[in-house]
Design a protein around this ligand. Sequence first.
Ligand SMILES: Cc1cc2nc3c(=O)[nH]c(=O)nc-3n(C[C@H](O)[C@H](O)[C@H](O)COP(=O)(O)O)c2cc1C
Length: 172
Amino acid sequence: MESAELSELDRLKMRHGEHVILRLTYISRYNSDNPTGEVTRILTQAQQNNERNGITGALVFNHNYFLQSIEGARPVINELLRKLVEDDRHYALQVIECREVEQRHWSKWSMKYLIPSDENKGLALKFSTGNQFNPYLMNTNQIMMLIDTLSELQEQEEIDASKKKKSWFSLS
Ligand SMILES: Cc1cc2nc3c(=O)[nH]c(=O)nc-3n(C[C@H](O)[C@H](O)[C@H](O)COP(=O)(O)O)c2cc1C
């Protein structure tokens, strides 16, 4: 009985496209005139909602620009896109890429926050066109490579920092 009910629920979800996982990447400009738009507040809200809604992803904030990749069930991603377009804490949202994926890329994070550190801020320029960071001048490949490379570097920095901490403790 229970399994019949479950498969009915699964069928219902499938009718809405819930079995299809979409990854959507966009860029937008931060609205610095909005007094309730602190980035930490946006991030906390994103992480809490995403955990509830089965969304994973990464958010880059650099020079008042956002780059965000969100992945999850197709109807859920479409619903979030509608909310994002209407959110006046950012504007000029442009979709960079939207594709169906077999596996999630950001499966460990409800929303991984990536902010270029002093050490790797030159990287953002490396993938940019021109000598100022502006994702609106970048093509899809450059944007995807930037997000991935920032993520890898940040993970490496975290590993190095925890190694340093361990060796400091073993000395003291
Ligand atoms: C740059 C940016 C990124 C955001 N990312 C997310 C997100 O990943 N998930 C999410 O639920 N809301 C995100 N939001 C907030 C949504 O635009 C919207 O305010 C929120 O989903 C509404 O949630 P509610 O219906 O629970 O009030 C983001 C907003 C901004 C400005």
